[in-house]
Write a protein that binds this ligand. Structure first.
Ligand code: ZN
Length: 84
């Protein structure tokens, strides 16, 4: 059994018990982010995808905001290049 300590990829908190942890699932080159309960994403994890552990709703919000910020930068960059 895997006994490595799981930590939240946003705030670094250690996972102690199963209490509404979430997963953020992203794939390089895929535009989008999937957030789902840990329980719903049973192993095996799909190869090529990046799974990030989130300790709860607050960190899921933070992770989503981060994603949207990245998206915004991407949109802004696209608009800038279209102007030229
Ligand atoms: Zn967290």
């Amino acid at each position: 059994m895997d006994v490595t300590t799981q930590t939240c990829d946003v705030c670094g908190r250690e996972k102690r018990e199963v209490n509404h942890w979430l997963l953020a699932i992203v794939k390089p080159g895929f535009e989008g982010i999937l957030i789902q309960p840990v329980e719903a994403a049973q192993p095996p994890r799909a190869p090529g995808f990046i799974y990030e552990d989130l300790c709860g709703q607050a960190c899921a919000h933070t992770r989503l905001s981060r994603y949207l910020d990245e998206l915004n930068l991407l949109f802004t960059a696209t608009q800038e290049s279209e102007k030229q």
